[in-house]
Design a protein around this ligand. Structure first.
Ligand code: FE2
Length: 186
């Protein structure tokens, strides 16, 4: 059974620790997916759950970064190029995610697309943690306050995306919400 979200608590959390925890979570999901592929295990059910979790986690994570973290950094550091590149990398991930959202294990290129998404995210995460996190620390911003804002928005998105879609929402192509597995033989 796939799970997501995090326990809600009132404890302060450093913004960079929160984002790093997201990175570690998604990297471990990709690692598990790759180990299924390496061992030639056709555990389609587990692959489906993993990719569902990966798409969900990346969607929420990139939203809190684009809505809060990147604009704050953009106003504090003099390096638009760095943030532009991060946003372009997110757009690339969104594109792959929107394709994966309508695919299922066993479909053509399914494993390859997950692998490429994992490689692109590994590169993105490395750059973010080395360049953006360093710039954020140097800027002197209150990271606990920023962490609270990120955490609050994440909770909101978890609530929004976890609730079953209304009949109207269900007709939208991709809203980040959970989907139900395709029945066998379709
Ligand atoms: Fe990111």
């Amino acid at each position: 059974m796939s799970t997501h979200g995090k326990p809600k608590s009132g404890a302060a959390i450093d913004a960079l620790e929160l984002l790093k925890a997201d990175h570690e979570k998604v990297k471990s999901l990709f690692r598990e997916f790759e180990s299924l592929c390496d061992n030639a295990e056709d555990d389609d059910e587990r692959k489906f759950e993993l990719v569902d979790d990966i798409c969900y986690e990346l969607t929420v994570h990139s939203m809190i970064e684009e809505e809060i973290f990147y604009p704050v950094l953009r106003s504090l550091i003099d390096d638009d190029q760095l943030l532009d590149e991060a946003e372009v990398e997110h757009a690339g991930a969104r594109d792959l995610i929107s394709q994966l959202e309508v695919m299922y294990p066993g479909d053509d290129h399914f494993d390859a697309m997950v692998t490429v998404l994992g490689e692109e995210m590994a590169h993105h995460i490395d750059k973010e943690e080395s360049d953006l996190f360093v710039a954020a620390r140097r800027s002197g911003i209150d990271l606990d306050n920023l962490g609270e804002r990120l955490s609050a928005r994440k909770d909101e998105l978890d609530d929004d995306l976890s609730s079953p879609p209304s009949p109207v929402d269900a007709m939208e192509p991709h809203n980040g919400a959970r989907r139900t597995p395709r029945p066998p033989n379709e």
